[in-house]
Design a protein around this ligand. Structure first.
Ligand code: N01
Length: 539
């Protein structure tokens, strides 16, 4: 007999936790299904050495509870994975969410039963649940992408994938370690692995731009002063064309700052602006000159600035040149934020192998065979990314009206209205889905905005006696076109990144996140709701 609920939530990461909290408080029956053994989502799985958030702790945290934000103390400017996981666990305990979560439970399918107007959700534990609404809180980067390198399974040494790191501590002492992948995960892991291993070989196919985190322990007095303005900071995170990270000044700004445009700066001024951003650290570097992601000249200038930094830091000129990204505009692939990444290559026991010059032929039981030499390894780490944004949704068998599967509906790329719903899949919501700012934003800001919007929508439906919601195809088509038009006005499509699905063979090349910024997006969502949920059909 299937359990009957108002809402089934898939995933107990930050989105699932906040959904659970809001749904529980609204008096609805809810169950959260989570494949991990604990809460935390991405912070539960990504335990690789050096894993930490590339957004500042004080911004990358929930804003829905003033007492929570005041009482929780972050230790560093950028929190490490264990601390973020502890925070997620604290939220689950503090708001008593665990009784509503089934752990170690993977959703295998979700099917819309037309006659009953309910979602039927089946899990690998044999559960069948029926619910009026199904909300996917499955995360944007939750399905690891394993590279198709010949012989990968034949390696006889120790093997780790960054995003599926074991829970036991891993020791690299006395070992010859190799790592494939130099995205955010690899760039965080490399300095930490290098500090332990006897020898580290980094196999790099495409260099990425990385800026120093300038991480540090947070000064409690500074935090107290910052937190005395927390509400105003949180409001600032929600507005403007940016990504929802706000700023780090104690006193919140009163109005969004006008962006500094490249054309308004002399070369010396532009260098000074970037130098200051470099010293301040973090991904805000990309916003220092406001049109870096719009204007090719501005972008080329920022690229050259970082190239010079790399050449200054890395002593071996051949390694420095190999580390300089030249194949994509800066920021069109997610900018990395590092601690001593480039410096690590100055250590004698660290070697960069440029796969553009010496490609991997195969992995052997003993190491990596390049077309120029064999490199023997005791341990191989892969940090090769994710099937981003659509991976988790398409991995489940999601079937909407008339037997239409999500795989078929999204065959030529994800189609959503506002990144919240998709036509032919009634009562199925996505949190930070494709077509919303999601990965281009502070995820906590976007998660809260989506969850609040969905809860408001459910309240409105209940008040008006409506049982079914679904976007119209026209509204969806218009939104999909708009998302592409916004992306095409930027340099993002030139990045060849996972934002476009370019890292997964056969995946349609569609720019998936909405690039207009969190403020304008929030305004659109609010306007749609105020206008009787324009673009949605109800029954
Ligand atoms: O993955 P990636 P990631 N042979 O896709 C390489 C978030 N995140 O896990 O570019 C050799 O960026 C691939 O090379 P190439 C963040 O949003 C956040 O590092 O395809 N190399 C690339 O170098 C981030 O953007 C945080 O040529 C192969 C790497 O693997 C996103 O997650 C921390 C290969 C994959 O880089 C993904 O980051 C970590 C092959 N066959 C992640 N296949 C923080 O908050 C792939 N590669 C800090």
């Amino acid at each position: 007999m299937a359990e009957s609920l108002d809402v089934v939530v898939v995933g107990a990461g930050f989105a699932g936790l906040y959904l659970c909290h809001r749904l529980k408080a609204s008096g609805r029956t809810v169950k959260v299904l989570e494949q991990g053994s604990d809460v935390g989502g991405t912070w539960y799985w990504n335990r690789y050495p050096g894993a930490r958030c590339d957004a500042e702790s004080l911004a990358y945290s929930f804003s829905f509870s003033e007492s929570l934000e005041q009482e929780w103390q972050w230790s560093e400017r950028y929190a490490q994975q264990p601390e973020i996981l502890a925070y997620a666990q604290h939220v689950a305990d503090r708001f008593n969410l665990r009784p509503w979560i089934d752990f170690d439970t993977r959703v295998e399918s979700a099917s819309w039963l037309e006659d009953l107007s309910v979602w039927e959700v089946r899990t690998d534990t044999g559960q069948t649940l029926r619910a009026t609404f199904c909300i996917m809180a499955t995360g944007c980067l939750s399905v690891p992408q394993r590279p198709s390198i010949e012989g990968l399974d034949t390696f006889q040494g120790k093997f780790y994938q960054a995003s599926q790191w074991p829970h036991e501590s891993v020791n690299f002492l006395g070992q010859r370690v190799g790592i494939i992948g130099t995205g955010s995960s690899g760039i965080q892991a490399i300095p930490v692995i290098a500090s332990e291993a006897d020898h580290l070989t980094v196999f790099q196919r495409t260099p990425n731009f990385s800026v120093p985190a300038q991480n540090g322990v947070l000064d409690p007095d500074w935090v107290t002063a910052f937190k005395s303005h927390y509400r105003a900071h949180r409001e600032n995170h929600k507005v403007g064309n940016g990504s929802g990270f706000g700023d780090l000044d104690i006193k919140p700004r009163e109005a969004p700052a006008d962006p500094i445009l490249f054309s308004s700066l002399s070369e010396a001024e532009a260098t000074a602006v970037l130098e200051q951003a470099w010293r301040r650290g973090g991904a805000r570097f990309m916003a220092a000159i406001g049109d870096t992601l719009m204007d090719e000249q501005a972008n080329a200038f920022a690229q050259e600035f970082v190239h010079k930094k790399i050449r200054e830091i890395v002593k071996d000129p051949i390694t420095a040149e190999a580390l300089c990204p030249t194949t994509h505009p800066i920021g069109t692939r997610r900018i990395c934020v590092d601690i001593n990444y480039y410096e690590t290559y100055n250590a004698d026991h660290v070697r960069l192998v440029n796969l553009r010059e010496s490609p991997i032929v195969r992995i052997t039981p003993w190491g990596v065979e390049l077309d120029s030499e064999n490199i023997e390894l005791d341990t191989l780490v892969i940090a090769t990314g994710f099937d981003a944004m659509t991976g988790a949704l398409l991995k489940m068998q999601v079937t909407g009206k008339s037997g239409l599967t999500l795989q078929n509906a999204w065959m030529s790329g994800p189609k959503t209205y506002l990144g919240l719903m998709t036509a032919d899949f009634p009562n199925l919501f996505m949190i930070t889905g494709p077509g919303s700012p999601s990965v281009l934003s502070n995820m906590l800001v976007s998660i809260e905005q989506h969850v609040d919007w969905v809860l408001d929508c459910l309240e409105d439906m209940a008040a008006k006696g409506k049982a079914k919601i679904e976007p119209s195809r026209e509204a969806q088509e218009t939104w999909v076109e708009h998302v592409q038009a916004v992306a095409n006005a930027t340099l993002f499509p030139k990045g060849g990144s996972w934002y476009l699905g370019a890292n997964v063979p056969g995946k349609p090349r569609i720019f998936m996140p909405y690039a207009a910024g969190v403020g304008p997006y929030r305004e659109v969502c609010q306007a749609v709701a105020s206008d009787h949920y324009r673009g949605f059909n109800f029954e």
